[in-house]
Design a protein around this ligand. Structure first.
Ligand SMILES: Cc1cc2nc3c(=O)[nH]c(=O)nc-3n(C[C@H](O)[C@H](O)[C@H](O)COP(=O)(O)OP(=O)(O)OC[C@H]3O[C@@H](n4cnc5c(N)ncnc54)[C@H](O)[C@@H]3O)c2cc1C
Ligand code: FES
Ligand code: FES
Length: 480
């Protein structure tokens, strides 16, 4: 295996494609801009350039254990190097005007397009759904389409098209050629190891293993780390920043594992939010609920668990939940590994205890005791594809008599960091779990927080939301 200098290889449809980076082609070129620069790939559209509209949706197929998985992504948020060793599929690749793909046929039959601006994006989201091996429920279809906006057709015929074409028989051109595609992708992966790009303006590293990633972190402490890149890409697409040095962890294998034991789960920070969501459903339902209202399918496919923690945003959705589960982070540099409670890790607005030579490599979530009641809540203007205004996760432990033995209350959107309502907790601990005490506790939330007013909500509205979430938790758990 070798290091690829200044070039990447991937399949565009089924065509082996090589990109050589130079002063004309930046490694932070987005897949959207690259495709639109080609003569035959103008189907992909730019609506927002920030992951909100889905007009730029493409599907990327990846080989693992001799199987291909097909997932939808917003091409406006993906930098070209992360395509290395994968198959990029656009609307031009799924069918031809002579032979439409079953997804396209269904869209035609249900009259699911008017102006057509959104149609290539919807086609690709439906294509990724078509490639799953089951008949999707309406709920599943709606979830697959939450990242695609349509201004004129309305969603009913598009959902109808999904019901028409998606099922167990996902046979198409791609399944016929799957073995050949796998061989081609393996060929690329087997011939290269790490990608190093230096076009004289920017340096971009794509390490394939953790040791290499940690060495780069030591050598280049000021480099920007990206994992899924859904936060960092906006610096390029919206602020037009030229990021000079990037370490991209999206192909670092050691970060993509989930280890399950009787005591805890250890989730690698390179696992996507969507893969975490699917896995945790039965064991960590409060985390599942929160991740189910996280961004859209396209965002969850790209965003990573580690990126959500690493951004240390006060409205990052996973942090209140992971704090309520009392999770621990595993940090590593080239010399040592250490563990730190997430509750202590975030020290200020987007500030953490991570050193400049460390990476967060995993999150350890203890399996809750059967008598712990944990629930999460998110308040946002829209249910789907919206950032939290206020979020919360509560962990309640009652004693044998039904009194509160211990309660943990974590809120997002109420302060510069995800933080704990300590005064309210102190008041509730040892008391009866009844409405009277909850009403008294709700007043104390004002002493725990001095939220800011911003475009999402005023300070007073935030306090009302935080108080009411506690009452909602009480109502939801009254009979448990
Ligand atoms: C349209 C849209 C919708 C969104 N919706 C939501 C939402 O509903 N809820 C929500 O919480 N967020 C949301 N986000 C924000 C973003 O998607 C999440 O924060 C996401 O989890 C970031 O993960 P990433 O892998 O893409 O991060 P990246 O952009 O790759 O990185 C984010 C930060 O984490 C650091 N980092 C990443 N990995 C590591 C590591 N292993 N060790 C140390 N530092 C690391 C990076 O250096 C960077 O500072 C949304 C974003 C967009 C564009
Ligand atoms: S252009 Fe809107 S999601 Fe990419
Ligand atoms: S058909 Fe016009 S935006 Fe969807």
């Amino acid at each position: 295996m070798t290091t690829n200098k200044n070039k990447i290889q991937f399949l565009l449809g089924d065509k082996l494609t090589e990109i050589e980076f130079n002063s004309e082609i930046s490694p932070t070129t987005t897949v959207l801009n690259y495709l639109r620069s080609l003569p035959n790939h103008k189907g992909v559209k730019e609506g927002c350039a920030e992951g909100d509209c889905g007009a730029c949706t493409v599907v990327i197929a990846e080989e693992s254990n001799n199987k291909l998985t097909y997932k939808s992504f917003d091409s406006c948020l993906i930098f070209l190097p992360s395509l290395h060793g994968k198959q990029l599929i656009t609307v031009e690749n799924v069918g031809t005007s002579e032979k439409l793909h079953p997804v396209q046929e269904a869209l035609v039959e249900t009259h699911a397009s008017q102006c057509g601006f959104c149609t290539p994006g919807f086609t690709m989201s439906l294509f990724s759904l078509y490639k799953q091996d089951f008949i999707p429920s309406k709920e599943f279809i709606i979830d697959a389409l939450t990242g695609n906006l349509c201004r004129c057709t309305g969603y009913k015929p598009i959902i109808e098209a999904a019901h028409k074409c998606c099922g167990e028989h996902n046979h198409d051109y791609f399944s016929e050629n799957e073995n050949e595609t796998i061989l081609k992708l393996k060929g690329i992966k087997n011939s290269t190891n790490n990608i190093v790009i230096d076009n004289g303006i920017q340096k971009y590293f794509l390490p394939s293993n953790l040791a290499e990633a940690l060495q780069l972190r030591t050598d280049l402490p000021n480099a920007t780390i990206i994992n899924g890149g859904t936060d960092i890409a906006l610096r390029v697409t919206k602020k037009h920043e030229i990021i000079t040095t990037i370490i991209d962890l999206s192909q670092t294998i050691g970060l993509k594992k989930i280890t399950k034991t009787d005591k805890e789960w250890i989730i690698g920070t390179g696992v996507s939010i969507e893969d975490v969501r699917i896995e945790v459903k039965d064991i960590f339902p409060a985390l599942y609920e929160m991740l189910s209202v996280f961004g859209s399918k396209q965002i969850r496919n790209k965003a990573t668990f580690g990126g959500n923690i690493g951004s240390a945003s006060p409205i990052g959705d996973s942090t209140p939940v992971l704090m309520a589960y009392n999770s621990t982070l595993v940090l590593k540099n080239t010399k040592a590994e250490r563990e730190i409670k997430l509750r202590e890790f975030i020290t200020g607005y987007r500030k953490t205890q991570m050193s400049s030579d460390e990476l967060i490599i995993a999150v350890k979530i203890p399996i809750p005791n059967t008598n712990e009641i944990i629930k999460s809540y998110k308040v946002s203007k829209r249910k789907d594809l919206d950032i939290s205004t206020v979020s919360a996760c509560f962990n309640l432990l009652k004693d044998e008599k039904g009194k509160i033995k211990e309660i943990f209350m974590f809120y997002g959107g109420m302060a510069a960091t995800t933080s704990r309502a300590s005064k309210t907790e102190d008041f509730l601990n040892g008391k009866e779990w009844n409405r009277e005490n909850i009403e008294k506790a709700m007043k104390l939330i004002d002493e725990d927080y001095t939220p800011i007013s911003d475009a999402r909500a005023g300070a007073e509205a935030r306090k009302i939301m935080a108080r009411n979430l506690l009452m909602k938790f009480y109502n939801d758990t009254i009979n448990l």
